[in-house]
Design a protein around this ligand. Structure first.
Ligand code: GLN
Length: 212
């Protein structure tokens, strides 16, 4: 009998180094973010309650309807866990409504003021190639859906991309925001940049690629 009953694999011990990224799943476009993260080899978990924050290495706040997300965050007691995660230095990615959630009028974690539906009431959605500092020479195809822009940004905020002179991608320390929906295209560079923030990588937005 010796050795014959020991074939049970050690459950979940196979990928110990996989970053475990939470995707806020209160409302909005969380499924597509989960798939994008998984395609990059990260572990993605949907976050709906405070207990879901245990052991997370980062957080994505997806697009959707910022008023609804704000209400859900309050109702489920998620404000404190989000603040703790962001302040611990773990990476946070906010896209579209997620950008709005991180601004001074909402969670106040970034020194930015978002302007909701900034591209005009009738312009519900559009696509545009956007050059993003730190992502190489190739522009990113960006899908804007009733998108905000950043109306004001403090000194500690690096503007990484603009459309018509309005900031649409920015970083402050461990927090990265985009006004568009990077989860809706096959280009995963913005998610990769977010994961790199967790690896402590400086994305080098100063100097080298600043010519425009
Ligand atoms: N217009 C939405 C808001 O203000 C954001 C749109 C989006 O996330 N696609 O909440």
């Amino acid at each position: 009998m010796a050795g014959s009953v020991e074939a049970t694999p050690p459950a979940r011990a196979d990928k110990p180094d996989l970053p475990r990224i939470g995707v806020l799943a209160v409302q909005g476009d969380f499924e597509a973010h989960r798939r994008a993260l998984e395609r990059l080899g990260a572990g993605a978990v949907e976050v709906r309650g405070p207990a879901d924050f245990d052991g997370l290495d980062g957080l994505v706040i997806p697009g959707g309807e910022s008023t609804t997300i704000e209400e859900g965050v309050a109702a489920y007691g998620l404000e404190q866990p989000i603040r703790e995660l962001a302040r611990s230095g773990r990476p946070v990615l906010g896209t579209c409504a997620g950008l709005i959630m991180l601004d001074r009028a909402h969670l106040g974690l970034m020194d930015i003021d978002a302007r909701r539906n900034a591209f005009g009431r009738q312009v519900h959605s559009f696509e545009q190639d956007v050059a993003v500092r730190g992502l190489g020479d190739e522009p990113l195809r960006a899908v804007f859906i009733r998108a905000p822009w950043i109306e004001r940004a403090g000194d500690g905020v690096e503007i990484l991309a603009e459309v018509d002179g309005h900031p649409v991608v920015a970083r402050e320390r461990n927090m990265l925001v985009a006004a568009f929906h990077p989860e809706l295209t096959d280009d995963l560079r913005l998610h990769a940049l977010f994961l790199a923030l967790g690896a402590g990588q400086d994305i080098g937005a100063h100097g080298r690629s600043s010519g425009a």
